[in-house]
Design a protein around this ligand. Structure first.
Ligand SMILES: [Cu+2]
Length: 116
C-alpha cells in the first residue's frame, strides 16, 4: 500500500514537474522571443520600421536581401558595417529613447527603435 501510494505520488510529482517544465519552456520561449527582438531588411526596407523594446534589451537585425545593407544609428550610437545576405547585427539598448537608424548604403531605408 505504501509502495503503491508512493508510486502514485511519484507519478503525480512527475506530472507536476512535466507541467512546470512545459510552463517554464513556454516562458523561456516567450523570453527568447522578447530577447530576439528581430528586425529584418527585406526588399530595401526595415521591417518592422519601428520596434519597441524594454531597456536592456537587444535588437537583432538580419539582412534577407541579396544586396548589402547596414544598420547605422543616426546619432552614431551603433553601426553595423555592411551586412551581406543572412548576416546579422545585434545591439543592446541600455537607455530609454527613440533611436533612429538607416542603411548608409540606401539612406532611404530609415527606421527606429523605441526603448522604454
Ligand atoms: Cu541598404
Amino acid at each position: 500500500m505504501l509502495t503503491k501510494n508512493f508510486g502514485r505520488n511519484l507519478i503525480n510529482a512527475f506530472a507536476v514537474t512535466a507541467m512546470l517544465a512545459t510552463t517554464s519552456a513556454a516562458g523561456t520561449g516567450a523570453a527568447m522571443a522578447q530577447d530576439a527582438n528581430a528586425v529584418v531588411m527585406k526588399n530595401f526596407d526595415f521591417a518592422p520600421m519601428s520596434i519597441t523594446v524594454k531597456v536592456g534589451s537587444s535588437v537583432t537585425w538580419k539582412n534577407l536581401d541579396g544586396e548589402p545593407h547596414t544598420v547605422t544609428s543616426v546619432d552614431g550610437l551603433f553601426r553595423s558595417g555592411a551586412l551581406d545576405q543572412n548576416d546579422t547585427f545585434t545591439f543592446k539598448f541600455e537607455k530609454p529613447g527613440t533611436y533612429k537608424y538607416l542603411c548608409s548604403i540606401h539612406p532611404r531605408m530609415m527606421a527606429s527603435v523605441v526603448v522604454q
